[in-house]
Design a protein around this ligand. Structure first.
Ligand SMILES: C[S@@+](CC[C@H](N)C(=O)[O-])C[C@H]1O[C@@H](n2cnc3c(N)ncnc32)[C@H](O)[C@@H]1O
Length: 272
């Protein structure tokens, strides 16, 4: 899948699964050869994880525990201090304010995210999946490498499941996905950003309907100026309550097939 006419050719084949430490593979990939990156790295949970028994990954396990002395390699330190001094300062400050482990985790992530930035096309976007354990520290890394101006979304992935009971803390049933572009020329498909969601007859019955068949809901006048109200009125978007108050009409959408619906704010994600 390509969205631009980039002159850089991929030196890897589409639909290839590389098995092993991703830093090695990332470093071998051509610059600007990837359209989209969705990465679900370790979250720094301080635990060991084991693959589902009898799955393809049976027996696989990984340690999501981080120690400065063990996990930070000298070449990474050289690269970060030489090429990313501001990011290095942030890592050192996290090491001091949070823990050695957070500093080590940030080094592990930083050297990989640097490569991901390099291999992404100028039209590309990256989705970084994490949770509250390290999201605030990863945001700083992403702002350093991809630049804050290219930050697009903090997507909250809320999910169900048993909540460890606590009388002192609110629930924490969500993950975070940071979405960044590489440049302002990033590709984005509007149908996926805000997909059309058809409403059922039951849902439609909660909306108002004009005699011409258009469904709508209303909101108060709010901050609209008189001239805006005049303009909206010309568009059939103003109605008055029994006691003369202005309400603004918002019409539901109709797709090519004549189905009535609205743009959904909810994204559908598959696990990667
Ligand atoms: C949060 S889990 C992602 C799980 C995956 N999305 C799934 O649904 O199975 C993090 C994954 O990163 C992998 N991992 C840890 N270090 C890695 C490395 N250096 N290179 C590639 N993968 C690594 C772990 O084995 C683990 O499967």
């Amino acid at each position: 899948m390509t969205h631009d006419n980039s002159t850089t050719h991929a030196n890897w084949q589409n639909r290839t699964l590389f098995h092993g430490d991703n830093l090695k593979f990332l470093r071998a990939m051509n610059s600007e050869s990837v359209d989209l990156i969705a990465t679900d790295p370790p979250f720094k949970k301080g635990r060991d994880f084991h693959a589902t028994p009898n799955s393809l990954a049976n027996d696989a396990k990984f340690q999501d525990r981080w120690a400065w002395e063990r996990d930070v390699h000298d070449p990474w330190v050289d690269q970060l201090t030489d090429d990313y001094p501001k990011l290095w300062a942030a890592i050192i400050s996290a090491r001091l304010t949070h823990s050695n482990g957070m500093g080590a985790f940030m080094c592990f992530m930083a050297v990989r995210l640097i490569e991901m930035h390099r291999i992404l096309k100028s039209t590309g976007t990256i989705y970084l999946h994490c949770d509250f354990t390290a999201s605030h520290y990863l945001k700083i890394i992403m702002d350093s490498i991809f630049e804050h101006k290219n930050f697009l979304n903090e997507i909250i992935w809320q999910y169900d499941g048993p909540q460890r009971p606590s009388r002192k803390c609110f629930g924490t049933k969500h993950d975070t996905i940071f979405r960044y572009a590489k440049t302002k020329d990033y590709f984005s498909n509007p149908d996926y950003i805000a997909p059309f969601q058809q409403l059922t007859t039951n849902e439609l019955s909660k909306y108002k309907k004009l005699s011409d068949g258009r469904y709508y809901y209303t909101t108060p006048k709010g901050d609209y100026t008189d001239s805006s109200i005049e303009r909206l009125s010309a568009e059939d978007r103003v109605e008055y309550t029994r006691n003369g108050k202005v309400r603004i009409r918002h019409f539901l959408l109709v797709d090519n097939g004549g189905n009535v619906g609205r743009k959904s704010n909810f994204l559908m994600f598959g696990l990667i």
